[in-house]
Design a binder for this molecule. Structure first.
Ligand code: NDP
Length: 282
């Protein structure tokens, strides 16, 4: 049965362009308004998807204007588009409603990029309880609630969807100067959550994978650098902590995310793709 199923779906029957196309697909990207999430959202839209970028509901008008300006940067002709949606990933009911509305409007959801995340820098012995809880809420519960909402709709609609979670190299290795134990724990949890979900959802045809970025130069990285006593020298050190000797750029996550979202990765589930300049290999 396994051999027959494999032969029946031989990808060699399809062109490479079609394999990586997201035309007629609908995607949700949490934390899709800036940093890594924005670049991934733009990548999905360029590949033809309708992409809903979600962030916190703090300033919807401003966010909508920003999404419109990014949408204008997409190359023409392009069948994809960006849409704005707000919500707090830590609110399970709200995330269900967000995905339900997307499905009501678009008729489907194919790709879910659970990317929103936060960091809080503090030493283990002094880690404030509230900050610890908040990091866990956003980075672990938020990823679960996002993936749950999308996964339930994919299952209901019989869609062979792709759920991608943004983990981190910090889920695998520890950076001594970073003082972000809660963040590291939360990212280890995301890696394990993805593996568990991948096993449960594989029989339903839904794939679940993670991407583990190394240091990528975004607002989050800047916030870590700002808390360090010697920002200038530390910045250099952090950037050099991988074989490539530099920070990554947010756009360097696009390829891995597009591959996992696309039919190019139909036999890939429960995997972690490291995009870290080789840092975890050291
Ligand atoms: P940014 O700080 O630039 O962006 C974080 C995004 O998450 C923002 O859009 C933010 O929305 C959103 N967000 C935060 N909390 C919530 C919430 N409760 N509900 C909805 N949205 C929320 O971070 P990065 O782009 O750097 O990071 C993106 C992901 O990549 C994170 O999961 C991070 O842990 C991970 N990562 C980043 C690395 C790096 O070096 N930058 C390295 C490894 C992993 P808003 O704009 O409204 O605040």
């Amino acid at each position: 049965v396994g051999v027959t199923a494999a032969l029946a779906g031989s990808p060699s029957q399809r062109s490479t362009g079609a394999l990586f196309s997201l035309a007629n697909r609908v995607a949700l990207v949490t934390g899709g308004h800036r940093g890594i999430g924005l670049e991934i959202a733009l990548g999905f839209a360029e590949a033809g998807a309708v992409v809903y970028c979600l962030d916190l509901p703090s300033s919807p008008d401003e966010s909508w204007r920003m999404v419109q300006s990014w949408a204008a940067s997409l190359p023409e002709p392009n069948s994809g588009r960006l849409e704005y949606v707000s919500g707090d990933v830590t609110d399970q009911k709200a995330m269900w409603e967000v995905v339900e509305k997307i499905v009501e409007k678009e008729g489907r959801i194919d790709v879910c990029m659970a990317n929103a995340g936060i960091v809080h820098v503090a030493e283990c012995l002094e880690y404030p309880a509230e900050d610890f809880k908040r990091v866990m809420d956003v980075n672990v519960s938020g990823v679960l609630f996002t993936a749950q909402a999308a996964g339930q709709q994919m299952e209901r609609l019989g869609i062979p969807g792709s759920i991608i979670m943004t983990a981190s190299m910090s889920g695998t290795i520890t950076n001594p100067n970073q003082h972000s134990s809660a963040y590291n724990i939360s990212k280890s949890a995301v890696l394990q959550l993805a593996r568990s979900m991948a096993c449960e959802l594989a029989p339903k045809g839904i794939r679940v994978n993670t991407i583990s970025p190394g240091y990528i130069y975004t607002d989050m990285t800047r916030s870590i650098l700002d808390t360090q006593p010697q920002p200038a020298s530390l910045k250099e050190k952090l950037g050099a902590q991988n074989p490539m000797g530099r920070f990554g750029r947010p756009d360097e996550l696009r390829g891995a995310a597009l591959w996992l979202a696309s039919d190019g990765a139909t036999f890939c589930t429960g995997s972690d793709i490291k995009v870290d300049g080789g840092q975890c290999a050291w």
